[in-house]
Each structure stands twice: as structure tokens, then as C-alpha cells.
Design a binder for this molecule. Sequence first.
Ligand code: HEC
Ligand code: HEC
Length: 295
Amino acid sequence: MSTFWSWYIIVLTVASIVGIWWLIRWTSKPIPKDEGATTHHVWDGDLEEYNNPLPRWWLNMFYISIIFSIGYLLLYPGLGNFRGLLGWSQVGQYEREVARAEAVYAEIFDRFAAVPVPELARDEAAMRAGHNLFMNNCATCHGSDARGALSFPNLTDGDWLWGGTPEAITQSIARGRVGVMPGWGAALGEDGVAEVTEYTLRLAGRDHDAALAEAGKPHYDMYCVACHGSDGRGNTALGAPNLTNDIWLHGGSRTRIARIIRDGVANEMPAQLHLLGEQRVHVLAAYVYRLNLEE
Ligand code: HEC
Ligand code: HEC
């Protein structure tokens, strides 16, 4: 607040308190000697007004509230830029409350941090915390049941792009992942794409055109094995999915598979470490790990 507005508020506030004080003094006249007399004002022919003082208790309430307001304005911020003798502020109070909550949570998360992921995945308190963290930070993309959606992986099916070990899961969450599959339309042409699509369907054990699939095999061996492996089981070091289990990140229809092969795709999981910190990432890794345990 500029000095001008600060003084503007101070003067207005102090002036109104003094003004109210004066108004009360002025209107609370002493008990008149002729108590019971009227003011000589007459309304509606016979309605008269007694000339009595304001009730004492009522006046005292006014004085008390004036004294209270002065005390309040001295102790707390209220008079322009004056911070009050207690130095209280909303921000300060908020920060104290956050610090108090942090201290409580820090103790709990310190305990969780010391427990390895597979063990932590069996700790009910940690999994409740993990569930809340997941709902707040992950469910928008992976779904509240963690089963994913088109292009967002299901985290409960035991099928991993980047690996399901505690280390791999932690890494996925902390550092994020970018899955990049180059497009092969230019190299293969439409016919080549159609052939290798049939071969991909054959790998997955799906209905396919046997002749086209056979024609697709050399394309696969030439362009695809480097990432998806000769058996089609993928490579978690590259985030290349297993093509044999009929689980499809980008949709399992023939058209969708062909489009990925033709155009390629880049899919990103944003890094969370700088947002959540190491301890919360650790609890989330255990939560995701837990989702894949056979109970
Ligand atoms: C903005 C959307 C988005 C958010 C938010 C997000 N993810 Fe992801 N996540 C993705 C995408 C997309 C992928 C797949 C990346 C790829 O294709 O390689 C992924 C991949 C993953 C993987 C690797 C899966 C595998 O099969 O290897 C894990 C684990 C994961 N996310 C956990 C989380 C957790 C835990 C959170 C919350 C802290 C989270 N994600 C928040 C989009 C998101
Ligand atoms: C440079 C490595 C690389 C090569 C080479 C490559 N891919 Fe991929 N492919 C990937 C990655 C990584 C993904 C996952 C992209 C993502 O995270 O969304 C993928 C995804 C796919 C998908 C989608 C899978 C799904 O679950 O939806 C299909 C189908 C596919 N590849 C087929 C092929 C075929 C066929 C070839 C050869 C013509 C090929 N890929 C070559 C890396 C590669």
C-alpha cells in the first residue's frame, strides 16, 4: 500500500473512532432533574417522547467496543501499513501451519523412506498415503483405478513399457519417460505398412492375413527387431512395448496399429521428482508396485 493510502486509512479510522466517542458523549446527557418530563414533541396528536437518558448498559457496550477496537488496532494489522505490535500476519499464520503440517508429515515420510519398496507395498498406512498422492497427482492421466486410458498405460496389468522392478518404477515416476517410436511409412510404403501390420497381429496371436504377415516378416526383421526384439517381446531399456501380449497402449484395432507403424508416436510421462520430492515418489513407487502384486 502506498504511504498516501496508508495515511488515508489511518486518518479515516482514527477519525471515525474519535467521532463515535464524541457522538456518544454528546447524546448521553446526564439524568435530567425533571426526570419523567417530556421533550414537548408530540406526534399523531397524543404520542409524546420522554426525555430519558440512554440506558447505561447500552452505552457501556459502546464504550467497551471502542476500547476493544483500539486494542485490536494496536496489536493487529488494520491501520494502513502499521503491522500491529504482535507482528501477526495471515501469511505468517499460514506458513506456521504449513510448517507444522510438514513437520508431522516429514516424520511419517521419513519412516516410509527407510523401508524398501516391496516391503512398503505391504504397509497399509503407506498405501493409504500412496492412494491419496496417486489421486491428486496421477489419476488425471492414469485414471483413479490406475487402469489407464488410450495412450496412458494401465499400471495394474503387470505389462511394463519401462520395467516393473522397484528401481524402474521409481525411475519412471521420478524422472519421467518419453517413449519414441519413429514412423515407418516413408521406408515401407503403404503396402509394406499393411504387411508388417499383419505380422504384428500374428505376433499378438490375433486374426491375420497369413500371406501378408509372411511378407511382413522381413520388414519386421529389418526395421523393428532393434527395439521390439526378434521375438516381439519389447525392450524395457527403450520403452518399446511387448507386441505379443495383445495389450495395446495406443489401441488394438488394425487401423490404429497400422497408423502407429506408419506415423510413429512420441508419448511422454512428465517427471515428478521436482514436484513431489524423493519421499513421496518412493511411496508412489510402492503404491504402483502394490497394484501389480498377486494377492
Ligand atoms: C500428464 C499425464 C501423466 C501424469 C500426470 C502421470 N503420468 Fe505416468 N505416464 C504417462 C504416460 C503418457 C506414460 C507412458 C510413457 C510412454 O509411453 O513411455 C506414463 C508412464 C508411467 C509409468 C511407466 C509405465 C510402464 O509401463 O513402464 C509409471 C510407473 C507411471 N507413469 C506412474 C505415474 C505416477 C505414479 C504418476 C503420479 C505421480 C504419474 N504416472 C503421472 C502420463 C502421465
Ligand atoms: C527406435 C525403436 C523402435 C523401432 C525401430 C520400432 N519401434 Fe515400435 N515402438 C517403440 C516404442 C518406444 C513404442 C512405444 C511408444 C510409446 O511409448 O507410446 C513403440 C510402439 C509400437 C506400437 C504400438 C504398441 C501399443 O501398445 O500400442 C506398435 C504396433 C509398434 N511399435 C510396432 C513397430 C513396428 C512394426 C516396427 C517396425 C516397422 C517398430 N515398431 C519399430 C520403439 C520402436
